[in-house]
Write a protein that binds this ligand. Structure first.
Ligand SMILES: Cc1cc2nc3c(=O)[nH]c(=O)nc-3n(C[C@H](O)[C@H](O)[C@H](O)COP(=O)(O)OP(=O)(O)OC[C@H]3O[C@@H](n4cnc5c(N)ncnc54)[C@H](O)[C@@H]3O)c2cc1C
Length: 457
């Protein structure tokens, strides 16, 4: 193998990192510190040719393969044990066409990189709420965030992708070329090949009226009902995700609220700014909130608002549900567990996935849950490895208690590795077609370190 690796090094432009190299431990670090995998080879790909070389080398030598973009995946699917990591984090080109309102984005970009580049042109891509997340994984899983009600999921804005298949061939997928692959990529995760570039359409958005509002925990039931009503009747310009949380002990939060358990909504209004005060009047009158940080801010400031609170290297464990309604029972379960978050960083978020997300049919993309109103994530997080068991148990118990009121399946990007059985439920009626497309493009299941879809006829 040594000789083969030596030869491989000569064929690629990027750095090949092996366990004996000084860069190794840094290169195998990912966002979730609970994951501790030891790959055999890490290739920091510099270009598409490197990706092709890596796929061919992996296949010819029968190696496990994992694909890394932002390294944010909670389950640690960016890494493999012993095999070859195709690390795309250095492939960072972004080309914006402001006339056409499109962007070609390479997979090494984080959401913060994308926000920065698009914001300069008064444009934005619907994606996630934390800047360090990678564009690769979030897009292929779906992509939920502050602009979902207005502009749909990240995949609903994908026009084209370039993909290196298991055979090593580089192909283009869009609605005319390899349209079955294009369909599968939009929600099917890293199952079909290595995406080396994404082309998106962008929304015209520069500043938004946005930020968090908190209410006392004792008002949680009222707030949840009020929130449900508001969102049910809101137009697509209004987004707000609901959360249970503990107020962080630092600026900009007022000292009297530090470490207090609260419920809150993080709002994003993208309509005409002169209408914002009017839209928020009933929201402010309800309660009223004990903290109100909602004001006009640039879109990237909203997307980066919680980055400092959630740096790389914390312990993460999470579980996901889709919900159609907030009924009496699901509200009670949420209050019970949401009031007992085990650590400062632990939380639960209910992300609305209606509005523009519902305008795409369940068969149009692999992402099938177009009727659910919320994607809920239950997140146990701590800087302390000693808390790993406690945060995991809280998450699992919360998840089980909420299960009877959920619609089945979950967002694949909010899952850990042990959830194989839930993959079929998550894709529902699209699962069979996904397996057939997998058979066509990756019959040997070469790309299986992911939320795996096994090939079949
Ligand atoms: C703090 C935090 C906040 C988050 N917030 C949101 C949010 O607001 N909205 C949301 O929708 N999700 C969110 N997520 C979930 C996120 O979408 C997933 O964790 C996603 O996998 C991260 O993508 P990545 O590129 O960083 O991951 P990586 O760990 O690099 O990759 C994960 C997997 O995705 C696949 N993959 C990645 N890139 C490629 C590629 N180029 N080609 C083929 N396959 C690829 C591979 O299977 C890989 O194993 C969040 C995650 C965290 C930790």
């Amino acid at each position: 193998m040594e000789a083969k690796i030596k030869e491989f090094k000569k064929r690629v432009h990027g750095q090949v990192i092996l366990p004996e190299d000084k860069e190794y431990d840094e290169a195998r670090k990912i966002y979730n510190a609970m994951i501790d995998k030891h790959p055999g080879i890490i290739l920091k790909c510099r270009d598409k040719q490197d990706v092709i070389q890596a796929v061919n080398f992996g296949r010819e030598n029968d190696l496990e393969i994992s694909i890394r973009s932002g390294g944010h995946n909670g389950a640690g699917l960016a890494l493999c044990e012993d095999g070859l990591v195709i690390d795309l984090s250095e492939m960072k080109d972004i080309q914006i066409n402001s006339d056409k309102r499109t962007a070609v984005i390479y997979p090494g970009n984080t959401l913060a990189d994308v926000d920065k580049a698009t914001h300069e042109f008064g444009l934005a891509l619907p994606s996630g709420i934390i800047g360090t997340t990678g564009i690769g994984g979030i897009t292929l899983g779906g992509g939920i965030g502050y602009l979902s009600r207005k502009g749909g999921l990240t995949i609903d804005n994908l026009i084209e992708a370039e993909v290196v298949l298991a055979s090593g061939e580089l192909v283009t997928a869009n609605k005319n070329e390899n349209s079955d692959l294009f369909w599968a990529l939009r929600g099917g995760g890293g199952n079909f090949g290595v995406v080396v570039s994404f082309t998106f359409k962008l929304l015209e958005i520069k500043n938004v009226y946005a930020g968090p509002m908190f209410w006392p925990l004792e008002k949680a039931e009222e707030v949840m009902r009020f929130y449900d009503d508001i969102m049910k009747n809101a137009d697509k310009d209004l987004y707000g995700f609901f959360a249970f949380l503990m107020v962080p002990p630092g600026e900009p939060f007022p000292e009297e609220l530090h470490m207090t358990r609260v419920c809150g909504i993080v709002w994003n209004y993208t309509g005409p700014i002169e209408k914002a005060e009017e839209i928020f009047r009933p929201i402010r009158e309800f309660g009223p909130p004990i903290l109100d940080f909602v004001s006009e801010i640039p879109m990237p400031a909203l997307n980066g608002m919680f980055d400092e609170l959630y740096p790389t290297g914390l312990q993460w464990y999470w579980k996901a549900h889709y919900l159609n309604e907030l009924n009496d029972k699901s509200i009670q379960v949420n209050i019970k567990y949401g009031s007992r978050t085990p650590t400062l960083h632990s939380t639960t978020h209910l992300y609305p996935i209606d509005g523009a997300v519902h305008e795409v049919s369940a068969q149009d993309t692999a992402w099938t849950n177009r009727k659910a109103r919320w994607a809920q994530v239950i997140v146990g997080v701590s800087p302390d490895a000693n808390d790993a068991e406690e945060i995991t148990t809280w998450c699992r118990n919360y998840y089980e208690a909420l299960k009877p009121y959920a619609i089945g399946g979950g967002y694949v990007n909010f899952m850990m590795e042990e959830e194989d059985g839930r993959i079929e439920d998550s894709y529902g009626e699209n699962f069979k077609r996904l397996r057939q497309i997998k058979k066509k493009y990756d019959p040997q299941n070469f790309f299986h370190i992911n939320q795996n879809i096994e090939p079949c006829d």
